[in-house]
Design a protein around this ligand. Sequence first.
Ligand code: KG4
Ligand code: ZN
Length: 351
Amino acid sequence: MEESGIKIINLAFESSCDDFSCAVLLKDGNGIKILSNIIYSQDYIHSIYGGVVPELASRNHIKASLPALRIAVSEAGITLKDVDLISATAGPGLVGSLLIGLMEAKTLSFALNIPLIRINHIEGHIFSPFLETAETEESFPFIALVISGGHTHIYLVKSHNDIKLAGRTRDDACGELFDKVSNYLGFGYPGGKIIDGLAEKGNENAFKFPLPMIRSRDLDMSFSGLKTAVISTIDKLGGPGKIPENIVYDVLASLREAVAEILYKKTAAACRIYGVKTVAVSGGVSANSRIRSIFNGYGKNNNLKIFFPSVPHSTDNAAMIGYAGFFKTSVDPVENREEFLNINADPSWEL
Ligand code: KG4
Ligand code: ZN
């Protein structure tokens, strides 16, 4: 698989939450190229409930699973016979959702008699900033900050197979905080992008929100106190729907600033502790414009290399799963029959 000059086509699946995605990647002497990356978003389905409804997510994944495959293969200009290996997210995530993509991958692997690679969703995010730069090898070791709807984790990454958890949120994930505040204000789900847009119109210094655990000696974080402070500020100002627009923008800009500050201070501390000069920020919240500008500014002033995925590769997608798959061990359905048959979704798979 690693031999130069050999072309490898990797078909990847991601279905851990409410997006169903199928991608085709090509690896050859010139690096790794994304040939297609189809994403079926279910935001419009879950937005009316204020969050992801697991049963609805898996049912809609079933509807998306075959069209996504067909379009990904045709957009890549290949046929299924050209595929050399298959990568699929096996956890963590919602079990019903994970099973749809993983079982489609397993079935294809068996039918086409090609190896299957199980990928940890978080590992997919960790390496997503390198999807379009192909600089991973030169970047080790790096600090990975994964910020999404379910994760706010800091890792020390020494190689594709040496990833150590260095710090994490003790309660809410930062994406969850944005989603909950957005819901409280009646702005809908997912809230991160909405808050990011509205915060642009506000003053980030208007409110001073608490920065929980900012002075703790470890790299852990906490966001639930910040959430409570923002919600009680909204209530004191008159409650959802009763506050002048410009004040709402100020609240959201100040909230976004507080989140960005917690994240960059903890990441900076991780760089100091481990003597690392490269940072890779990933996950849906890494699309945030203020987080991007604060991290990039900090990197410039402190001689650190900062990597972000492109905005479309920040949120869940199968291209990042295929990318991680190129560096992992596969299971051959014929040679390792028992291991292959035992491949299953693991909703709480910890890296
Ligand atoms: O990685 P992701 O697609 O799914 C999970 O693995 O959770 O991340 C989704 C999260 C949601 O909480 C959403 O509100 C947040 O990413 N998000 C953002 C932005 N775009 C999406 N948060 C802040 N700013 C954004 N621009
Ligand atoms: Zn994710």
